[in-house]
Design a protein around this ligand. Sequence first.
Ligand SMILES: *Cc1c(COP(=O)(O)O)cnc(C)c1O
Length: 355
Amino acid sequence: MSPLEQSLRQRQPVLWLNDRRQSIAVARAALEFGLADIQEADARLRRYGPLLARLFPDLAPVSGVIESPLHQADKFPNEIMGRGTSSGRWLIKADHALPIAGSVKARGGVYEVLFHAQELAFQDGLPGLEDDPLALASPEARALFARRQISVGSTGNLGLSIGITAAALGFRATVHMSAEAKQWKKNLLRAHGVEVIEHAGDYGAAVQAGREEAMQSASSYFVDDENSKHLFLGYSVAALRLQRQLAALGVAVDAEHPLFVYLPCGVGGAPGGITFGLRNVFGDYVHCFLAEPVASPCMLLRLASAQDRSVSVDEIGLDNRTEADGLAVGRASEFAARQIRELVSGIFTVPDPQF
Ligand SMILES: *Cc1c(COP(=O)(O)O)cnc(C)c1O
């Protein structure tokens, strides 16, 4: 057993540095997507801004653009880590305050539901969509979506994002919730008319149940958190938004002023998509570190695995039980792992009380 694996087994906080990190010029060659795909996703979200503002009136003042504030947190290093431990400027990206879902899942989830709705509407020949994004809210569109189901497996937050957006467009929405999902999230979804199916198993089991149910029906679309490219690209748009917010604050990112970003990681799609976006936007001047609970270090295990194989945390005796419900994932997304293998700078684990 390696010293790293031993520390993980004992639930000790660890920091793993990625010796396979590459310059963006080298890493890019092996990647499926690039900056143009991120820009296209951003353009699609902006195009459907008026639609989102129609569906969610709270978004009208911001023209339907789903974004969160970037707060200055100058007191953070002294108060949290002790005086004199840190230099540089500290900022907090308040994704907990993202509209619709109240978590980072709003970025990917809203994007994938919009993408799917647009695709269905084009296939069906829905009139007016070329010129008017609001055609997706027309009675014809609603009638089309009412015959269709969108489903997802979730520990809670992705369910909120997908469920609320799909139901707002008129889809039949079904969310398969894993055991750790909080009751208030299930209640909120039901209040939006979403069907919530509760599972006794963990996140992986809920995803599998949802995937199998959706395969039974040709009118069902399953948002696959373990494999979805749309979710990934939706998340990556955060990098373009952060670039503008940093510029507005006068924060330079260059060789003398590297940017360090700390991203909580569950299955890896959200922090993976954001890491992918940031490396494409800021190149080698950004260092992305993922944070995982000591009970659920699935991406660390996956990326540190010498054989480059999929590993579950129970293989090293961890129980995947954490209060950080959005991060309670035992096995990382293979898709996300492959995308970030050469992009991410490192991964660290954190005991629950400190999350
Ligand atoms: C889901 C989630 C994450 C991690 O995203 P993954 O795609 O699962 O890695 C981080 N923070 C919050 C609040 C989440 O809900």
